[in-house]
Design a binder for this molecule. Structure first.
Ligand SMILES: [Zn+2]
Length: 103
């Protein structure tokens, strides 16, 4: 399976980690991409686990920014800086908490 639906706010989003999309991402030098119009997060299915988690969280920050309307109040560069800056810390904390047995 390469398509994973999730709900964010009132919207039904999907993570698409299909082979076809992964090859397109790789061709453009990206690990992931968020399309707020299609409500879809694209992820390269061949990323190693740590990079997968970082990229997923990064793209979910973009999805949350779009869903919350924050995207319209930020420049594209600032939103990218926020996602790039925060995602590794959130991924690190989630990994530690999960390993520590938090739910
Ligand atoms: Zn980004």
């Amino acid at each position: 399976m390469s398509s994973y639906p999730f709900t964010m706010g009132a919207h039904q989003w999907t993570v698409d980690a299909s082979r076809r999309r992964s090859e397109r991402l790789r061709a453009s030098g990206r690990y992931g991409e968020t399309d707020a119009t299609a409500l879809t997060v694209y992820l390269d299915c061949d990323l190693p686990a740590t990079l997968w988690n970082d990229t997923l969280i990064h793209e979910l920050i973009h999805a949350a920014a779009a869903t919350s309307g924050l995207t319209h109040r930020l420049t594209e560069g600032l939103e990218e800086d926020i996602a790039a800056s925060l995602a590794p810390y959130i991924a690190q904390a989630l990994e530690a908490l999960t390993a520590g047995g938090l739910r």
